[in-house]
Structure formats: C-alpha cells, structure tokens
Design a binder for this molecule. Structure first.
Ligand code: ZN
Length: 228
C-alpha cells in the first residue's frame, strides 16, 4: 500500500481494478483511505484529495471529538501499564488527587465519590507529566543523534498513530498511549518523527536514516504493533 502525506494528513492509497476514485474515512480510527484505478498517477490522486480537504478536515475533527470509552474502572486490583511494566492499582480514598509508584503498585488517591472517568482523568494527567519528563530527556539525545530539532513537542491521544510530524511547523505530536509501552518505543517514535524532518515520506531514504540512527528499529516497531 502506498502512502501520501497531504496537508499533514497521511492518506493510504490502494490501487484497484476500478474506474473511479473513492475516498473514505474510517469512523473507528480516522484512517483516510483512497481507492484508485491502477493506472492513475500520483498527481491526479493528490489533486483529488486536495479538492476534498475541507470535507476530510471536518470528518477528522468530528472523530477526534468523540470521547473514548473508559478503559477500566480504576479500582484496586486493576492493572495499570506504565513504561512497559504492569502495575497493580491500589485505590485510596482521599480529598486530594494523586498518583504514586510504590514498587509494583501504583497508588491512586481520589475522592470516594469519584467516577471511573474522574479516576481515568487523574491517571491520564499523571501519565502526561511522566511522559513530558521522559520526552524532555529523550528528545535532546535523539535530536543530537539525528542532527535536526523540532520546534515543539506535543502530547495527545491518537487512535491510529504513535506520532505525527507537522513538517512546516516542525511540530511533533506523540501519542500519550506510548507511556504504557517501554521507553525504547518512545525513543523509536521520536527518532521516526525527527527523520520526517529530513525525509517527508516513507521512502528508501527514510528507512536508511532509521537504520543509521536506530538500527534495531524493526524489532521495536514489531512490539509496538503487537501490543495494544
Ligand atoms: Zn512516518
């Protein structure tokens, strides 16, 4: 499958024995897919996608705004992943909201009246703080290695991407869910997105940069795709 990046949106292109172009956006994850006739040129496809860019942006915005379902109840005994390890949650009723790691446990302090959604929000804002600290450390080392730097690093929950790179603004977004994976995964995604500042598309040149800067990237990538 080919990929095109148009207005910072990744478009998956599959060529088929068809007469017309079809554009679709998967409601579950916001993937933008184009089916195109076998002989159609990349320029034609690009022109078509660009003519639909307002429609695509509106659809993606709507998908992004859907609140994700609560993943677990965040009660004592629940499993909380953090940097590739599973921790046992211990819920302590308290007037303050706090999260602490204690050996194999993650202690969550929350009000007795809190809902699963409240507790999820407390955990997520803690995750965000932890991830920000790790990005601060890793981004410096990775930028030195790759020889380019991003103007800004953002964190958000994404349904289909571990990271994205806005090349014109030099802004890199990293998926908050990476905080559940090993730190190696975060390092790989940081390097992958930095390499996009050298090479926009997933070309041979792109992968040769990955081989140079993070030779074991294939192994890391496979664990990223296998885990959920
Ligand atoms: Zn990429």
């Amino acid at each position: 499958m080919e990929k095109l990046i148009i207005n910072d949106i990744e478009i998956e292109i599959s060529k088929k024995k068809i007469k017309n172009l079809y554009l679709s956006i998967k409601a579950s994850d916001g993937r933008v897919c184009v089916s195109a006739p076998l002989a159609m040129s990349e320029e034609r496809i690009e022109l078509f996608v660009k003519s639909k860019s307002i429609w695509i942006a509106k659809k993606l915005d709507r998908i992004r705004k859907q609140p994700a379902p609560v993943e677990c109840s965040y009660l004592s005994g629940d499993c909380i992943p953090f940097w590739g390890k599973e921790y046992n949650l211990e819920l302590v009723y308290s007037h303050k909201n706090m999260v602490q790691v204690d050996g194999n446990k993650i202690i969550l302090q929350a009000r007795e009246t809190s809902t699963a959604r409240h507790r999820e929000n407390i955990i997520n804002s803690w995750y965000r703080t932890q991830m920000r600290a790790e990005i601060d450390i890793l981004s410096k080392a990775c930028q030195d290695k790759v020889g380019v730097s991003a103007a800004e690093w953002g964190i958000k929950t994404m349904k289909t991407r571990w990271g994205t790179c806005n090349i014109s603004k030099r802004k890199i977004w990293l998926n908050l869910l990476l905080v559940k994976k090993s730190v190696d995964c975060l390092e790989y995604v940081i390097i992958h997105e930095l390499v996009h500042l050298l090479e926009r598309n997933h070309t041979k040149r792109f992968y040769s940069f990955l081989d140079k800067f993070i030779p074991h990237w294939r192994k890391i990538k496979s664990t990223l795709n296998n885990l959920t």
